[in-house]
Design a binder for this molecule. Structure first.
Ligand SMILES: Cc1cc2nc3c(=O)[nH]c(=O)nc-3n(C[C@H](O)[C@H](O)[C@H](O)COP(=O)(O)OP(=O)(O)OC[C@H]3O[C@@H](n4cnc5c(N)ncnc54)[C@H](O)[C@@H]3O)c2cc1C
Length: 460
């Protein structure tokens, strides 16, 4: 196939051979369409020739989902731009290659919030965020991408283009639940069911007053007990409750250039208070501080982040942790090492127990403890290990698998945020019954009977 927008030069293929997983896979060709017609044409031809097609947006996938060594990488960054902002309906329609961070800033300048906030948002496309059902710290209040996606325009594997829209029904008994909202087929499908061309997204008014609080604790257990209490408090309205263990807190301190901040603390909780309903009420700081003190935090060490620029600083401090760990992991690539990142989650009250077991498993195996941080309010931490060579990588992966078995026993999930991609597919059967996997395969067969879309993602 040689439409003008498909190239096979090695130098260009190399620029699409890596995402953030630490894997490297050289595609056979790269297509960079700038219109829906071009995408449809590429898919029609690929379907006729049974050529594999893997979508790539910002390629920030941590699971190898946006790279391939089979067939074409379909790079969708050129399919960008806002199509329509409907202020009356509070919706925005955008093309798949639009950058999420840029979109959010444009919307904020018109007084709207698009809530999902992956920490990587400046490097993430709408198509990638929809395809991964991305989420972030503020998903504690707002949820992940899924509930905010109202409609999609999708190119199917054979090049046909379809529009799907949520019914908006409050009651519906027509057919199996799995068939009722086709938008949900594509959200979180990791490029395996169709190519997202456009998305219509639901917006909220920008909250008027948000305050961030960085609260250090003497022990991890006190920090995690505080998270549960803050989530369940009737006096507080947290929109995020983020946890940093001592190692993650050290990275955050350096990112702020403030090495002295609570240097003897074992953990940090970062919370944002945003009164519900866009009210102008003063944040209940006294209640936050009282609850923190009850759990062992000292007032003197608490930092408040008030106003847009301070909140941006806090966000950068949070982003520094995965970004630093990605760099550390990448430095061992030539020796066969990489960062190993988990995104398991458990019911939030069981997080302390889950982190303790995970640490015990690492100690028993004699591997260095992971940097552990993340969305504690949702029972969802990230453990970032660094494997310095392939032997250490295998040992870490055995510990991760044992951790995931414990997580499942606690009622958790093997992946709450980054998806399955190529790196985690062997762990999916730990969680899903063969019948559930069979239903997933049936959906895949119906939408992509030749299996040309993103081979290797999600399924072995
Ligand atoms: C430092 C760092 C921090 C991160 N933090 C978060 C976080 O807080 N929350 C979170 O959820 N994730 C996070 N991630 C992971 C990643 O950023 C998200 O999964 C993101 O949604 C991927 O978007 P992307 O545009 O980079 O997609 P890509 O990586 O290019 O692709 C991801 C998947 O989407 C598919 N895809 C891409 N575009 C389309 C399309 N148009 N149609 C169909 N399928 C498509 C690809 O085939 C692939 O399966 C982080 C990553 C990094 C590196």
């Amino acid at each position: 196939m040689t439409p003008a927008h498909i190239v096979t030069d090695e130098s260009i293929r190399l620029t699409f051979a890596r995402d953030v997983s630490g894997l490297e896979m050289l595609p056979e060709a790269v297509a960079r369409p700038t219109s829906e017609q071009e995408v449809a044409e590429i898919l029609r031809q690929a379907h006729a020739e049974r050529t594999a097609v893997t979508c790539a947006g910002g390629q920030t996938s941590t699971t190898g989902a946006s790279i391939t060594d089979q067939g074409i990488i379909l790079a969708l960054r050129g399919l960008d731009g806002i199509i329509d902002l409907d202020e009356r309906a509070k919706t925005v329609r955008v093309r798949a290659g639009t950058w999420l961070g840029e979109l959010k800033r444009r919307l904020a300048s018109s007084g709207y919030l698009f809530p999902p906030d992956p920490t990587s948002e400046d490097d993430v496309t709408i198509g990638g965020a929809v395809a991964c059902n991305a989420s972030g710290a503020r998903s504690l209040r707002y949820g992940p991408m899924r509930p905010h996606v109202l409609a999609l325009r999708v190119a199917l594997a054979n090049g046909d283009v379809i529009d799907v829209r949520r019914t908006g029904l409050e009651k519906n008994t027509a057919g199996y639940a799995i068939a009722q909202e086709p938008v949900d087929w594509f959200v979180g499908s990791e490029g395996t069911l169709g190519v997202i061309l456009e998305a219509e997204l639901a917006l909220e008014p920008l909250p008027r007053r948000v305050t961030g609080l960085g609260i250090p604790f003497p022990t991890e257990s006190e920090a995690l007990a505080f998270v549960v209490a803050a989530r369940e408090s009737r006096a507080l309205s947290p929109r995020c409750l983020e946890f940093f263990d001592a190692r993650a807190f050290a990275i955050a301190r350096s990112a702020r250039g403030d090495e002295q901040w609570a240097s003897n603390a074992a953990a940090l909780v970062y919370a944002e208070e945003a009164p519900a309903g866009g009210s102008d009420d003063e944040p209940p700081l006294d209640e936050w501080l009282a609850l923190a003190a009850q759990h062992g935090a000292r007032d003197d060490d608490v930092l408040a982040f008030d106003g847009e620029s301070a909140l941006r600083d806090a966000r950068q401090m949070r982003h520094a942790v995965p970004a630093t760990m990605n760099e550390r992991g990448a430095s061992y690539r030539t020796a066969g090492g990489r960062k190993v990142s988990t995104d398991w989650a458990v019911p939030y009250r069981r997080l302390d127990e889950a982190i303790h077991s995970a640490r015990r498993l690492a100690d028993d195996a004699g591997i260095e403890q992971a940097v552990t941080y993340g969305h504690a309010g949702n029972g969802h931490p990230h453990q970032n290990f660094v494997a310095r060579d392939s032997g250490e990588l295998a040992r870490i992966e055995r510990v991760v698998e044992a951790t995931l078995r414990g997580v499942i026993a606690l009622g958790g999930t093997v992946s709450a945020e980054h998806g399955i991609g190529k790196l985690k597919r062997r762990w999916l059967p730990l969680q899903l019954h063969p019948t559930q996997l069979g239903v997933m395969r049936a959906v895949k067969r119906e939408l992509d009977p030749l299996g040309i879309l993103a081979p290797g993602n999600v399924f072995e």
